[in-house]
Design a protein around this ligand. Structure first.
Ligand code: COA
Length: 140
């Protein structure tokens, strides 16, 4: 069973957000539709969808900042997990970055998401000894 990957289209938006919700990746303070729109507006980022039997079953936001690549919102529809689709989705995102000359990915996994951490380690990702800082620019 293989997935076909392509950039997300308008018609897929609801399916993608449904998968992210089902996978508990969305948070009340982040609007996933706005996040997708913003990623699509830039030449250096997008959302890839994985299609299986004409249905969106996986998605990932991928991009780079001119230095490192990053992945966000990686998710496989819960009904289609554990059959290699997550691995294939990461491979598609890595290929997208390689095509654009990116040679290293830095990605963040929420500390409580131990499953995702084990998944990424299985795919050859290593924990970087860094502290991740964040600051919102949309609040006073
Ligand atoms: C993480 C996620 C994308 C994995 O997708 P998946 O389709 O189930 O994973 P795959 O079947 O492609 O697994 C690929 C490999 O990782 C391993 N793996 C997957 N989940 C694992 C886990 N929880 N612990 C250890 N290994 C795991 C598989 O055994 C497989 O190993 P193999 O290649 O040796 O057979 C999926 O569980 C998901 O959508 N989770 C919810 C969303 C999420 O947490 N996303 C990450 C945000 S940072």
């Amino acid at each position: 069973m293989t997935l076909a990957f392509r950039e997300v289209q308008e018609v897929n938006l609801e399916s993608v957000v449904n998968i992210w919700n089902a996978c508990e990746l969305t948070r009340p303070w982040n609007d996933p539709y706005k996040d997708i729109q913003f990623a699509r507006e830039s030449a250096t980022s997008t959302v890839l969808v994985g299609i299986f039997e004409e249905r969106v079953v996986a998605a990932v936001m991928v991009g780079h900042d001119g230095h490192r690549g990053c992945l966000y919102y990686l998710a496989v529809d819960p009904a289609f997990q554990k059959r290699g689709f997550g691995k294939a989705t990461v491979a598609a995102a890595e290929a997208w970055l390689r095509e654009r000359g990116v040679w290293k990915i830095n990605l963040m996994v929420r500390s409580e998401n131990e499953k995702a951490g084990r998944f990424y380690e299985r795919l050859g990702y290593e924990i970087n000894p860094v502290t991740s800082f964040g600051k919102r620019l949309d609040r006073p």
